[in-house]
Design a protein around this ligand. Structure first.
Ligand code: PTJ
Length: 245
């Protein structure tokens, strides 16, 4: 990372790519994660590589949801762990959420590598190692979750998620917050709160909103949640991308 000049016009994009490459080298990120990153990068370019106003509103609504939740969980995959490990720990601290490793391409080696990477970045408790429950209607490996984690959660943040799993979690009745740069992909479309933004910007901004709302009353938080319009947020992102073209 030291080799990337900060004044490079595409600094953030290069940094992101570099982190994913390092993640693959360390056994944290799956090779497919590089393709996911490439797709994300193209959408971010069209969005202007900035948090658009509708995404900021979604990030505030997401923070309000997490603060109102009884059992909030932040789901971590190989891309999330490589890109924003410390930032996810900060968001968990600011909202009282648990961190749970939940992999599409699950292997014991990757679970272990990600857990120790998160601990290196300040995580005290990491869930997802036990995997003693299953998400209904998904094949065995992809369905594995912790009984006292995602399975029992009322609000889950699922960044860079595969569409089938996002759909299955929504069917379980969970309030889903999805971070995905592609507003047309299935995951943001099934989410209660779709955040169309780069995870690198989205997570620190959610933490800031959560800190800002730390003393807000339940009523104020509920107002924020209710004022958020998911369809409008998806439309605003799509419009921005079309303009970017
Ligand atoms: O670590 P694993 O085994 O759980 O695998 C994780 C990946 C991401 C490989 C897996 O879930 C996957 O293949 O996901 P998809 O179907 O490629 O979806 C990833 C979505 O994330 C795509 O819509 C991308 O546009 C989006 N995306 C990629 N990078 C970012 C992003 N969204 C926000 N911020 C990013 N930096």
């Amino acid at each position: 990372e030291d080799e990337i000049p900060e004044d490079h016009p595409r600094y953030q994009d290069l940094l992101t790519r570099h982190r994913i490459e390092r993640g693959v080298e360390k056994g944290i990120t799956h090779l497919q994660g590089m393709h996911a990153e490439g797709r994300g990068s193209a959408f971010d370019y069209l969005l202007g590589e900035e948090t658009i106003p509708s995404a900021d509103e979604a990030e505030r609504a997401a923070a309000a949801h997490l603060l109102l939740a009884d059992r909030p969980v932040l789901s971590i995959n190989g891309n999330v762990a490589a890109l924003v490990p410390g930032e996810m720990v900060d968001l968990a601290d600011a909202t009282g959420a648990d961190l749970e490793i939940n992999l599409f391409n699950r292997t014991p080696e990757r679970i272990e590598a990600i857990a120790s990477h998160l601990r290196d970045h300040g995580a005290e408790a990491v869930k997802g190692l036990e995997a003693d429950a299953r998400i209904p209607r998904l094949d065995h490996q992809r369905a594995k979750v912790d009984a006292d984690g995602i399975y029992a959660a009322d609000v889950v943040v699922v960044p860079l998620e595969d569409g089938d799993r996002a759909e299955a979690l929504a069917e379980m009745g969970k309030t889903e917050i999805v971070i995905d740069l592609n507003p047309l992909s299935r995951s943001p479309r099934v989410a209660e709160v779709p955040i169309v933004d780069n995870i690198i910007r989205a997570v620190p901004n959610m933490t800031e909103h959560a800190q800002d709302l730390a003393d807000a009353s339940e009523g104020e938080l509920e107002e924020i949640v209710e004022a958020f319009e998911r369809e409008a947020a998806l439309e605003a992102a799509e419009k921005r991308i079309r303009n970017g073209l």
